[in-house]
Design a protein around this ligand. Sequence first.
Ligand code: AHG
Ligand code: MN
Ligand code: MN
Length: 339
Amino acid sequence: MSSIVTLSEFIMERQDDFPFASGDLSRLLTDIGVASKIINHKVNKAGLQDILGAVGTTNVQGETQMKLDVFSDHALLNAVRWGGQVCGAASEENERYFAFDAEVNRKAKYVLLFDPLDGSSNIDVNVSIGTIFSIFRRTSSVGDLANINDFLQKGDEQVAAGYVIYGSSTMLVYTTGHGVNGFTLEPSIGEFCLSHKNMTIPEDGKIYSVNEGNLLSSSKGVQEYINWCKQSDKKTNRPYTARYIGSLVADVHRNLIKGGIYMYPGTKSAPNGKLRLMYEANPLAFIVEQAGGMATDGKRRVMEMQPTDLHQRVPLFIGSKKMVEKVHALIEELDTEKA
Ligand code: AHG
Ligand code: MN
Ligand code: MN
């Protein structure tokens, strides 16, 4: 039997990737791993406890909050707050960011942004859901309270990002800018174990993931790309296969492994689409780029965008390089209204 490498062991081993690292980022990643096990435990009990369904409130985006959204939000906030490695945190579920005022937090170097439960409309129907996280080094002085500028940083400034998928097995995938590694939760020992070393996304693929219900209100370029995916052509392996779970994490995870493109373009009524730059697009872009793929808004790299609002949305085209390049070419050719 080959030896098992747990998430904590791997994180500690990789600490040497960072000259002068003090171990704070390693501890923060470990805290997130622990929080995700707590969330996983609850997600697995979703049918048995009085946890399914809406909590009766709406979040800042006007969406119905699910009970598990709120539970997961609290689990992550508590883990990183008491872990003491972050000076602040922001999540999709809260209008404002939190600046933690305990001394240990004021002295901390990092901020965390996260989507506690992604794809939460899928909870009640037993379909895969996830957690997404993004870590930045603070820009304010150590010792101060965190401020908004600590959070509004370009994706290129991320020091780490990852996701957890609660699927047929539970996996945690993360990057610190030195490749992408995936860990599968082994329930018998309660540990994430290295299962997908140095993940790379195929340069080309044949899966396209998009909510085609929005097709008619999408731009000409996007419509033409989807038509192109459906046409028959032996040389380019078309028609492609359509797969859309409705959980971003699950769709991106599958495409990362098999090759494919996920698209959530802007529409007439929502020009910036639905997905959030800070909690969804940036962290997944960091992972997919590290794996050799691309992540753009249809024109430029997601991680180059200067955020102006914690909850801002962004069109997203993410996945295998050749597929993203193809949709870009059609957008460039057919969408005359330049941003
Ligand atoms: P969340 O559950 O965090 O609000 O995210 C849902 C997102 C994403 O996971 C998914 O890909 C997308 O919404 C699906 O949207 P549509 O139902 O509009 O296709
Ligand atoms: Mn989400
Ligand atoms: Mn969510």
